[in-house]
Ligand binder design. Structure first.
Ligand code: ADP
Length: 281
């Protein structure tokens, strides 16, 4: 019998740790690996990487959840075509996470009346909600939970890393320009300060592949991510080219790694999964 079923909300551990902490521990105990996708700044493709990585893990046969922890700017529902949903509850009263591309998904975006409604919450409120996104959702047993954190080192990544510290690790997303290296440093140093392991670095928008002739143009300086990963002694999980189809897939709610798994970008995500497996083995 799983730990979660053993806890009736009134067990010995509830009494010593508090009900919320006991419920969180039970939920997290059923998820083997938690991968926190983070970046030093916005717009580098962090949510795109989180959604596609989750799809690539599911395609490799794993049971996968995707938690959108970007409370103020949830973009995962749109990227997986899960807008305007009516959420359902399980027999135990928890939310049943909607599924797309073989993954269970939860986002604060599902709970907003209108997608354009702003979320105006201070830190303590956000911390409580993030905890509920674990405990009030019927995640069940999972091999991987991919967590899309907002950029930077604020309340959300801090809370999430503290919550999942026992079996969590970070995937840092960056772009190849030299100027991005200071953002990566911040994310790496944040993880070090938190004693949170880093699984590796992914370089997004590394080059442009012309959709007409296939010519590869290095728009930014190249190889920055790989050198940076080596300088920090962390794994380099791969380079993802800029591909207009990736952007279109995101806008249309069709994750590229799932719908176009046989393309260079789709294969790059599959290769990133293999490296993650090696690092976490
Ligand atoms: P972040 O989460 O870092 O703010 P997003 O994942 O929302 O960034 O990506 C920002 C925009 O860039 C989105 O429109 C997304 O579709 C696009 N994008 C991300 N990666 C790529 C890529 N490799 N090729 C083309 N467009 C991309």
């Amino acid at each position: 019998m799983s730990e979660e079923k053993k806890c009736s909300g009134n067990c010995e551990s509830c009494a010593s740790k508090g009900k919320e902490n006991c419920a969180l521990e039970a939920c997290l105990g059923r998820i083997r690996h938690k991968i926190v996708v983070m970046s030093g700044k916005g717009g580098v493709g962090k949510s795109t990487v989180a959604a596609n990585l989750a799809c690539a893990l599911a395609l490799s046969g794993y049971r996968v959840g995707l938690l959108d922890a970007d409370v103020h700017g949830p973009s995962i529902p749109g990227m997986l075509h899960l807008e305007n949903l009516q959420l359902e509850a399980s027999g135990s009263g928890r939310i049943l996470p909607p599924e797309a591309a073989g993954i269970k998904v939860m986002s604060i975006g599902f709970l907003l009346e209108h997608a354009d409604d702003p979320v105006v919450w201070r830190g303590p409120m956000k911390i409580g909600v993030l905890q509920q996104l674990f405990t009030e959702v019927e995640w069940g047993e999972l091999d991987y939970m991919v967590i899309d954190c907002p950029p930077g080192t604020g309340d959300e990544p801090l809370t999430i890393c503290q919550m999942v510290k026992d079996s969590g690790s970070a995937v840092i997303v960056t772009t190849p320009q030299k100027i991005a290296s200071s953002d990566v440093s911040k994310s790496v140093n944040f993880c070090r300060q938190m004693q949170f392991p880093v699984t590796g670095l992914i370089e997004n928008m590394s080059s442009f592949v012309c959709p007409k002739c296939g010519e590869i143009t290095e728009i930014f300086s190249s190889g920055g991510g790989e050198k940076l990963a080596a300088s920090y002694g962390i794994a380099f999980l791969g380079k993802l080219p800029i591909d207009p189809e990736v952007c279109r897939g995101g806008d249309e709610g069709k994750p590229f790694a799932y719908h176009r798994a046989d393309t260079p970008v789709g294969k790059a995500f599959a290769a990133a999964v293999e490296k993650i497996e090696q690092v976490l083995a």
